[in-house]
Design a protein around this ligand. Structure first.
Ligand code: SF4
Ligand code: SF4
Length: 489
């Protein structure tokens, strides 16, 4: 209703609803090369998603043997041979940034390929639409059943279908928990009722969301909820591939009968609506590019089949760029798809993506598995010993990022005449170098007392640790030694 119509509304009449009731989509089954591609990608995505937590990776006796594991309890992220500690979260941030730029790269090169083939919402919707076909039949049968009044047969079919939805939602959405704990153990405890309550709660939430989003909301998620279609508008340009109806070839559209009666007056589109009937989001691509099009290309399969049956060349609906559409309209040949992918914009995205990847690999290759942090006792800053010597206390945290216990030497750098001992020894055993063993894959706190001669002025020095026998595995941390003597300028 326009603003004028709103204003013209009679006093006392209720305002029109801003809510448009969802028109259910009963898309028809279609076979073709893009449908087969979708099957392949769906199988691959589900296999990777389901299979990954069950892959094993031997890290020795002190670390889990699950290849990919987000260990929240111990705050570790394992990915095959890589173990990320909390202070190395920049690796995870880097991977997320790479995933984001990768999406930009894919979108600018081949349009919404992510939405059409690999997005979880697409995969689940596709899966559930196949369940619909299996239980209720193809498009017309589903439409009839939808319109039919509720009765025992309809209730039985609905219950059966929703039960299958629920099983799929449980098996897929629920499988997410296996990324956060040892999968075989969690599976055992889950079924015996001894798993952590958080696991049951997570499975319940994920099953419910998969059931609702994939089973009932479907294309509404893509059209109204997901921000990605809006972001993609900024990502795509006139050189991005998108599913295009070639109106200059198809229009004016008319039925086959009309076209046969009036040769030369109609375009190639016979207005059979097959492209609309197979569309999982229920849109008509002949109305031009729109946010509801996830570029799954099923309408290309449908239209190619119609063109083959009517003896016309394929590609009335096809992948094309806006630039190509203009060129084809003007009778010029379209650009080769490979050339479209390798253009300055995609090369720039690829360069940034690869640059971040290389930087992460460099950091990974040069990271050390030893770390030292310290905290100095501030109150009091120093203690005068009975012989006049000055003592400062520190808490050192020695980090061993390898999956085996390691002996580490702690040494004082600078601070002439200073010695140290720990809670486990005494002043008589004080030395400039101590050795402590740090358990595998852990941090060990060590209380260190440093004593220096009475005449020592306040000054900076450092602690240095080195994993025994491993020259590269060292770390250093600056410290302050306080005394009653002012520092010499
Ligand atoms: S499937 Fe092809 S011929 Fe049929 S309506 Fe769609 S565009 Fe026209
Ligand atoms: S219009 Fe075609 S490409 Fe777009 S969502 Fe529908 S079937 Fe898929």
């Amino acid at each position: 209703m326009t603003q004028d119509q709103q204003l013209a509304r009679k006093p006392g009449t209720p305002p029109p609803s801003l809510y448009a009731k969802r028109e259910p989509v009963f898309n028809r089954r279609i076979d073709g090369k893009f449908r087969r591609l979708k099957w392949t990608v769906m199988a691959l995505c589900l296999a990777v998603y389901w299979g990954t937590p069950w892959l094993r990776w031997d890290r020795g006796a002190y670390a889990p043997d699950q290849a990919v594991l987000v260990d929240l309890a111990r705050r570790r992220f394992y990915m095959f041979g890589i173990e990320i500690w909390p202070h190395e979260f920049y690796f995870v941030a880097g991977l997320l940034i790479m995933a984001g730029i990768g999406l930009f790269l894919v979108t600018s090169a081949v349009g919404r390929a992510w939405c059409g083939y690999a997005c979880p919402q697409t995969v689940w919707t596709d899966l559930f639409q196949h369940v619909d076909r299996l239980i209720d039949g193809d498009r017309n049968a589903r439409f009839r059943l939808h319109k039919a009044p509720w009765g025992p047969a309809k209730i039985a079919r609905r219950l059966l279908k929703w039960t299958i939805y629920l099983v799929i939602s449980f098996a897929t959405g629920g499988a997410w928990i296996f990324y956060f704990a040892d999968a075989p153990t969690l599976q055992r405890t889950f079924w015996t009722g001894t798993a952590d309550p958080v696991a049951y709660a997570t499975v319940a939430v994920l099953t419910a969301t998969t059931f609702v989003l994939g089973g009932f909301m479907r294309e509404q998620v893509c059209i109204y909820m997901c921000p990605w279609p809006r972001i993609q508008t900024a990502m795509t340009d006139e050189k991005s591939l998108t599913v295009t109806y070639k109106d200059w070839r198809g229009e004016p559209r008319g039925s086959l009968k009309k076209a046969q009666k009036n040769p030369g007056q109609f375009g190639d589109c016979i207005d059979c609506n097959q492209c609309v009937a197979v569309c999982p989001t229920g849109i008509d691509i002949r109305e031009g590019p729109q946010v509801g099009c996830i570029t799954c290309a099923l309408c290309i399969d449908a239209c190619d089949r119609v063109m083959a049956e009517t003896g016309r060349p394929r590609g009335l609906i096809d992948y094309a760029t806006l630039e190509d559409a203009e060129a084809e309209k003007a009778g010029r040949p379209p650009t080769r798809h490979l050339k479209l992918i390798w253009r300055p914009r995609t090369i720039a995205y690829f360069a940034v993506w690869a640059g971040i990847g290389l930087a992460l690999l460099f950091l990974l290759g040069t990271r050390v598995h030893t770390g030292l942090t310290l905290a100095k006792d501030r109150n009091p800053p120093y203690i005068l010993m009975s012989d006049g010597a000055v003592r400062n206390a520190y808490t050192l945290r020695l980090r061993n990022m390898q999956s085996r216990p390691r002996a580490m030497e702690i040494a004082i750098e600078g601070l002439p005449g200073a010695r140290m001992w720990t809670d486990e020894s005494s002043r008589s055993q004080a030395a400039r170098v101590l050795t402590r063993t740090v358990p595998a894959d852990a941090t060990r706190a060590v209380r260190v007392y440093v004593v220096a001669p009475a005449t020592t002025p306040a000054q900076d020095f450092a602690f240095r640790i080195q994993a025994r026998g491993e020259a590269r595995e060292t770390d250093r941390s600056a410290a302050r030694f306080d005394t009653p003597q002012e520092a010499t300028p």
